[in-house]
Write a protein that binds this ligand. Structure first.
Ligand code: AMP
Ligand code: MG
Length: 422
């Protein structure tokens, strides 16, 4: 089920810039084709397969935005109070078709249909009632407190474009339009592996030189949050044949296979060569820190093929390359539109030096400085294996390729973890 074409995708340069990588994904990766109709409940996180047009106006009819009195603006005096006769009462859900004659007002409540002839509503707090008459002040604009049919969405307009990742507010909009089911693309099937002779499962005995597996847990949570169906295929030894066999088997039933570890240039790093045996690599180094060795390619399995991403081993590098490499690929495969995350401008509370021509991500906590500005404080430990540098911070600063030095006080761009993993 490969959606990734491996022809003319190969990248031979030393380090692939992130923008080029995203462009390649957009050009070369096709979304899964299968779609299904799902009920609104449970549709959150799914990706719309088609433009969804409004079958009705929203709101469906002109109605009052407040509790008060509906009037004809033409009846009102410009220079003083106006006195009108209360001719009826309309609550939300009450019949429509009530009409207002000149000189009349109608007691109306929020959500009730505007009576014919009325165009303006006074809030009840602003009027004086005297028996069957209401005295209203001057100065209210025509159309005040009236909600027009279709002012939110007009019938026939696209309410939810194709490629929308459904969030609670999108579900609410569909419901308000009376749409009970949505056509979405099928969920992605993603297989994950960890690699490394030193890596063992939490809860199992750990030898002196072993570490517990953090990456499979990180990846499966990140992937599920993005709506994927995850198959956890465990930990693979640093053995070229075992790697190739397991990857090939995984390719058959999945759209994407993600591994961590073993993609560097060390003698025990066999993931790249395994992929080259059973498929092809598209690139394996991206101009990003942390995380430079990231491999992307295609694996051909019996009865199908899958896209492949090999992430670095260090958990912080896994996190950063996931949000910057796997997530765009996953969104593309799932049919979602590319996401543009707008970094929030904050003030750097530290100095920083970086190499040109690579995108860098720095883990920071936010604090409110004495002058009220938001300040980003760098975590004291910046090793790519330091998991607490992720748990004790709020997000990442993103430093562009051309930047080489940041001085304290500089304006920098902050991306919250919530935004990055959502
Ligand atoms: P590698 O790229 O395989 O050389 O791994 C780089 C570093 O990440 C090494 O210190 C590994 O022990 C560590 N590492 C690899 N896989 C995992 C994992 N699943 N969980 C935690 N650390 C890992
Ligand atoms: Mg390794």
């Amino acid at each position: 089920m490969a959606q990734l074409t491996d022809d003319c995708f190969a990248f031979s340069g030393p380090l692939l810039p992130l923008d080029d990588m995203e462009r390649l994904i957009g050009e070369r990766v096709a979304p899964v084709a299968e779609t299904e109709q799902v009920p609104l409940r449970g549709a959150c996180g799914r990706v719309t397969a088609t433009d969804i047009k409004a079958p009705v106006d929203l709101p469906p009819f002109d109605n009052s935005a407040v509790d008060g009195y509906a009037v004809r603006h033409a009846d009102l005096r410009a220079n003083g109070d106006s006195t009108l006769t209360i001719a009826g009462r309309l609550t939300a859900g009450a019949r429509t078709g009530v009409a207002l004659d000149p000189g009349q007002a109608i007691r109306i409540f929020t959500g009730a249909a505007m009576p014919a002839g009325a165009d303006t509503v006074f809030m009840q707090e602003d009027v004086t009632v005297d028996g069957d008459r209401v005295i209203v002040p001057k100065g209210l604009k025509r159309g005040a407190n009236r909600r027009l049919a279709g002012e939110d969405v007009a019938a026939g307009q696209v309410a939810l474009p194709a490629g929308t990742v459904l969030e609670p507010q999108h579900i609410a909009l569909a419901a308000a339009l009376g749409i009970p089911k949505i056509e979405v693309r099928r969920r992605l099937r993603v297989a994950i592996f960890s690699t490394g002779d030193e890596v063992v499962e939490p809860g199992s005995p750990r030898g002196g030189a072993a570490i517990y597996d953090a990456n499979r847990y990180l990846l499966s949570e990140l992937l599920e949050r993005l709506g994927a169906q995850v198959t956890d295929l465990g930990i693979l030894r640093d053995d070229p044949d075992a790697l190739a066999g397991a990857l090939q088997a995984a390719a058959a039933g999945h759209d994407l296979v993600v591994t961590s570890g073993g993609v560097s240039t060390g003698e025990a790093d066999h993931v790249r060569s395994a992929v080259e045996r059973i498929g092809s690599l598209v690139f394996w180094r991206v101009a990003i820190k942390p995380g430079r060795p990231v491999a992307m390619g295609v694996i051909r399995g019996a009865g199908g093929s899958a896209a492949f991403v090999g992430l670095p081993g260090n958990p912080v590098a896994v996190f950063v390359t996931f949000v910057r490499v796997v997530k765009p690929l996953l969104r593309r495969l799932s049919g979602a539109r590319p996401q543009t995350l707008v970094p929030l401008p904050v003030r750097a509370a530290f100095a920083y030096r970086k190499k040109k021509d690579r995108r860098e991500y720095v883990r920071v906590a936010l604090r409110r400085a004495g002058d009220g500005e938001l300040e980003a404080v760098k975590h004291p430990q910046d090793g790519a294996g330091i998991l607490t540098s992720l748990t004790e911070t709020d997000g990442l600063l993103e430093f562009a390729e051309e930047v080489t030095a940041i001085e304290p006080g500089a304006r920098v761009g902050f991306l919250s973890y919530a935004a990055l993993i959502g």
